[in-house]
Design a protein around this ligand. Structure first.
Ligand code: CTP
Ligand code: MG
Length: 231
């Protein structure tokens, strides 16, 4: 089935401590956000993309994708979820229907494998709710107190790390995000808004190297992978 994409790209990258928002840092000769867009742009089922960009962002207009007909700019918001909501509204203006699938994917996550994207689309195609790429916890997990001492070991078998893309129906996702924001609950990803609204998003196991560039060592790691040739 056809799908739309929202790319939240209005963060400042405070944990990265770079001279610009991390989505504009270079990876293998191009910016991270260009690699991220490349993950979707040549997909045959792609209907269109909304990219959420801060109003004072001087970098986006200089990228060649700023003038690409498949991509529409939407305003950034204060938090990630505000940016995503702006992107969803932009898709509505592009002609997306309430029942259409939307994939929300972080601008700072440039190493999404095509096989994982297709796995997500295929496994959720008939799902009543939708879901997300995720990875089962690998390391032993500890609950730690404010004094830095371990309180207990957590049962790893039920813990997954939530990645993106996260795939939901446009109408259901927008309603859940609006309601969660209205209620003031913390939503750090799309699934958490759906969960709060009482739905049960499905996890689809993806590759662990679909990582979000958050700290400098993440970009160093990806740069090494890139120079070695993407697998
Ligand atoms: N994002 C956004 N709008 C915001 C905050 C974040 O569109 N108000 C985007 C970021 O650009 C990023 C994605 O959401 O692509 C994931 O967020 P995160 O990794 O937290 O990025 P930043 O908020 O930029 O980084 P930090 O939290 O370290 O400041
Ligand atoms: Mg952030």
């Amino acid at each position: 089935p056809a799908f739309w994409v929202v790319i939240p790209a209005a963060g400042v990258g405070s944990r990265m401590r770079a001279d610009r928002p991390k989505q504009y840092l270079q990876l293998g000769g191009r910016s991270i956000i260009e690699h991220t867009l490349d993950c979707f742009l040549d997909h045959p089922a792609l209907a269109g993309v909304a990219v959420c960009i801060a109003s004072d962002d001087p970098y986006w207009p200089n990228l060649r994708y700023a003038n690409d007909g498949r991509i529409q700019r939407a305003p950034g918001g204060r938090e990630r979820c505000d940016s995503v909501l702006n992107g969803l509204r932009q898709l509505g203006e592009l002609g997306a229907n309430e029942h259409d699938w939307v994939l929300v994917h972080d601008a700072a996550r440039p190493n999404l494998a095509r096989a994982d994207l297709d796995k997500l689309l295929t496994e959720l195609a008939d799902d009543p709710v939708g879901g997300l790429l995720a990875v089962p916890a690998r390391d032993t997990l500890k609950r730690v107190g404010p004094d830095g001492r371990v309180i207990e070991t957590v049962d790893r078998s039920v813990i997954w790390q939530a990645f993106t893309p996260q795939m939901f129906r446009l109408g259901m996702l927008r309603s859940a995000l609006e309601a969660a924001l209205e209620a003031g609950v913390l939503v750090t990803d799309e699934a958490s808004a759906l969960e709060w609204a009482g739905h049960l998003p499905k996890v689809i196991e993806g590759r662990a190297d679909n990582l979000k560039v958050t700290r400098p060592e993440d970009l160093e790691w990806l740069a090494q992978r890139w120079s070695a040739g993407r697998s």
